[in-house]
Design a protein. Structure first.
Length: 317
């Protein structure tokens, strides 16, 4: 990294620095650091697995790090990547505001960042921000929820982590659809912080206060699984539950007649695309595409759930 620092003192840009780094590392493509939330959530594990597989296919070493949605831990992991002389960083971040400084710090050290799943508040410091079209996906989920609810009845919304931009976008997408139906009444709205355990606990409490609910719409599949488990334990398998992510767990529940629907966001492919753009950038100084990129989501119901595997929709035979 000494070469990188000397070049930056001389005032050269990241694009100018990277070819020099490649020359210094002529015997190998270098290291790609892959930083995600906890792999306890299969969505984030799929990101890490997808990114690692593609990085190694392209000739890079990989370093897998988990920040557990802790901005301080994430900051330390960026420092680790910088200290290890990473060629690039792939990151599903721990907060839209909190991630700006680490990404800038990596950029200042000559290491480009490629963000997946969650955006940050600042443009121009990450090379790519590749995210699912959460608003479009939430509208798909909201429309299916309305249809399953037959346009009426009391319902609950479980929100994601407040610091996560996606939580707000998904909620807005849901409500822009659901709020058009006056006979659908939201009787409770609580954050379960993307957690299955917390969703189970929140659902138990809500059921005691609102025993007549007919539906639960969730900001992600992990919370949907927690809510469904609590409903089953209470003998309320009649309640309509809709999630968001496209996990195998929810797929299996849909196929068994449990959870009614989810919205697939292509985690595995998104992570691989970030690695491909990182490789292209390191080779040429450009990705050839805009920094901010949206990938459309797909509604998953009983009709197509059997085609879902590891956050990707397989072609039907």
């Amino acid at each position: 990294m000494q070469l990188t620092r000397r070049l930056f003192v001389a005032g050269l840009s990241v694009t100018a620095v990277l070819p020099q780094i490649r020359s210094a590392n002529a015997q190998g493509k270098g290291l790609i650091a892959i930083i995600t939330p906890s792999h306890d959530n299969p969505f984030f594990k799929a990101e890490a697995v997808g990114a690692q597989a593609r990085a190694e296919e392209l000739g890079y070493e990989s370093l897998i790090l988990v920040h557990d949605d802790d901005p301080n831990k994430q900051s330390e992991m960026f420092d680790t990547a910088i200290a290890r002389g990473a060629s690039a960083i792939i990151c599903d971040n721990a907060g839209a505001d909190a991630t700006v400084a680490p990404v800038q710090r990596a950029l200042d050290a000559g290491i480009p960042s490629f963000l997946i799943d969650r955006e940050i508040k600042t443009s121009g410091i990450a090379i790519s921000q590749i995210v699912s079209n959460n608003y479009q996906g939430a509208q798909l989920g909201g429309e299916e929820f309305v249809a399953q609810m037959q346009e009426k009845g009391p319902y609950v919304e479980l929100l994601g982590r407040e610091a996560d931009t996606n939580a707000g976008i998904r909620s807005a997408g849901y409500h822009d659809v659901i709020d058009q139906f006056p006979d659908l009444e939201m009787v409770a709205q609580q954050s379960a912080n993307w957690s299955q355990t917390e969703a189970y606990s929140k659902m138990e409490t809500i059921l005691q206060a609102q025993p007549d609910i007919k539906g639960v719409i969730c900001g992600n599949d992990t919370m949907a699984m927690g809510a469904w488990a609590a409903l089953e334990a209470a003998g309320r398998s009649d309640v309509i539950v809709v999630g968001f992510d496209g996990s195998n767990d929810v797929r299996d529940s849909i196929l068994k007649g449990g959870i009614k629907a989810t919205v697939l966001q292509p985690a595995y492919r998104q992570a691989q695309l970030a690695v491909e753009q990182a490789d292209h950038y390191l080779q040429t100084g450009t990705t050839g595409v805009e920094e901010k990129q949206l990938m459309d989501c797909v509604l998953i119901t009983a009709d197509n759930a059997a085609q879902l595997e590891t956050f990707a929709l397989q072609e039907s035979a």
